[in-house]
Design a protein around this ligand. Structure first.
Ligand SMILES: NC(=O)c1ccc[n+]([C@@H]2O[C@H](COP(=O)([O-])OP(=O)(O)OC[C@H]3O[C@@H](n4cnc5c(N)ncnc54)[C@H](OP(=O)(O)O)[C@@H]3O)[C@@H](O)[C@H]2O)c1
Length: 464
């Protein structure tokens, strides 16, 4: 039997480190020999929770099952693993330090087949080296010392080239991205997250990921029955989840004002606002307040909600705003004289693209204005995702591309990463897809001079 022993000091609260480790699926972020990991048992990790890992061993994928056998939060965690030719026991002990936590990681690995026992002495140095590397990666993860991703020339060129750009939006883009990610989100325990559009598609998937990280969640929805159904599912997945519901139609400015007042009264400090609710409308419609619906839902609504929640976000300290935009915005610039798509023939996809372009511009303007406030602002594209919204609004596109669409969970990944990771918190004003900053302009004629960008903000202010 081989025993690996490593000790690391990490600048992270003991409870957050414990939560991160107890969700053993996180191992795929710090142990490069793990190709994939998923939780098999429902609910928050507890004694008996099972995980299925796929390891890279001897050049081929090898399945291995792990089970939590002992758990004393936030001090001790033991997992027993069993694969076809070896078993393992990981014993993790955490001791609080003045500035973080000391983690003692001990792993026994035992080959159960005769050939395995024979090669064990040969493999031992290799296993020790990869174990040491994995624990150093774990330290980096927990300390939030990971490299901050940058917009590189290669990414910009890939975004601008038609085929790689398109492939990147599909599930293949997510898969390619995933192989390259060294990072997973840290804990959101003690952080309050306001999420709009959590009753369907990408937002619903994000809600599950956010509570898995321990966030207190405020679900903003227009349909109470749907919101309560999601709340029940969240509580079934994690019985200690803290989820409240706020009802508002986010295309109505009066609703948004009332919503912001209620949130400020119940939660004077919030840490993350995720503007995810959005839709495409065909044909052109106006709200009861007389505002064209795409503009109202996809741009003016997020603008007003963000503005009204800024005091709560300031009080939240190191807060984040995540705006869910769309790659559709690549096709359009803003049109200040036609914000409400009243001129010319109306096209829902075009109006949507212009609204999402506006949201990306707001992200950049807010990032600059809030640079010294501790609030970072991010825009992102979830990729092309198989959701009820996409099926409803772009039915033919949805049908044709279905095999290539991402799952809602894959679409939500970068939203949650932007909300939670230490690395994302050290950037602001960027447009992301698959945890990488992306080009904001691909086609000519979509850029707006600074004067027009500021004017957009002023007009939204007047409209709202
Ligand atoms: N799916 C994609 O391929 C894709 C690609 C790029 C960007 N996006 C963006 O991703 C976000 C989520 O879209 P999705 O595909 O997940 O769509 P979805 O399945 O239709 O979900 C949209 C969510 O927004 C909510 N919502 C819409 N209008 C609202 C309003 N007026 N007031 C309150 N809530 C409202 C919906 O509530 P109900 O449940 O009550 O309808 C739902 O929860 C959107 O911003 C979308 O533009 C999606």
């Amino acid at each position: 039997m081989l025993t690996l022993r490593e000790t690391i000091d990490v600048a992270c609260p003991a409870q957050a480190a414990f939560d991160y480790l107890a969700n053993f699926t996180n191992i795929q972020a710090w142990d490069s020999s793990v190709l994939a990991a998923r939780q098999v048992t429902a609910g928050a990790p507890h004694i008996g929770t099972r995980f299925r890992l796929t390891l890279q061993f001897g050049g081929r994928p090898v399945p291995m099952d792990y089970r939590i056998t002992a758990m004393t939060p936030p001090q001790r965690l033991v997992l027993a693993g069993r694969g076809e030719s070896f078993r393992a026991e990981d014993r993790i002990t955490l001791a609080p330090l003045a500035t973080g936590v000391r983690i003692y990681y001990e792993a026994d690995i035992e080959f159960t087949r005769r050939w395995g026992r024979k090669i064990e002495p040969l493999l031992a140095p290799l296993l020790r080296r990869s174990g040491r590397r994995a624990i150093q990666n774990l330290k980096q993860q927990l300390s939030g010392e990971g490299r901050v991703p940058r917009l590189t020339l290669a990414t910009r060129m890939a975004d601008q080239a038609i085929l790689p750009g398109i492939i990147g939006f599909t599930r293949l883009g997510y898969r390619f991205g995933k192989n390259r990610w060294p990072l997973t989100p840290n804990s959101l325990r003690g952080r309050t997250v306001v999420l709009t559009g959590g009753t369907s598609g990408i937002g619903r998937a994000a809600a599950f990921q956010l509570i898995a990280l321990g966030a207190e969640l405020i679900l903003v929805a227009r349909d109470r029955a749907k919101a309560e159904q999601v709340q029940r599912s969240l509580l079934a997945a994690r019985e200690d989840a803290n989820v409240s519901i706020e009802i508002a139609d986010l295309s109505l400015m009066a609703d948004i004002r009332a919503l912001a007042k209620r949130i400020a009264a119940s939660h004077p400090a919030i840490n993350v606002l995720i503007n995810n609710a959005g839709a495409i409308f065909n044909p052109r419609e106006a709200t009861a307040e007389g505002i064209e619906k795409t503009l109202a839902t996809d741009l003016l609504g997020p603008f007003l909600l963000t503005r009204l929640l800024l005091p709560c976000l300031s009080a939240g300290q190191t807060a984040r705003i995540v705006n869910v935009a769309s790659g559709g915005m690549y096709t359009r610039g803003i049109d200040l004289e036609n914000l409400d798509s009243a001129q010319g023939a109306y096209n829902g996809a075009e109006a949507y693209a212009r609204a999402k372009r506006g949201l990306v511009i707001l992200t950049e303007l807010w990032a600059a204005a809030l640079a010294d406030s501790g609030i970072s602002v991010h825009a992102m594209h979830p990729g092309w995702v198989d959701t009820p919204g996409l099926e409803r609004s772009l039915t033919a596109f949805h049908q044709r591309l279905r095999p290539w669409l991402r799952t809602p969970e894959e679409g939500a990944d970068t939203i949650v990463w932007l909300a939670a990771s230490a690395e994302a918190g050290r950037t602001s004003g960027l447009f992301w897809r698959d945890r990488l900053p992306r080009a904001t302009h691909v086609f000519p004629g979509t850029k707006s001079p600074s004067r027009e960008r500021k004017e957009l903000m002023a007009r939204l202010e007047r409209l709202a």
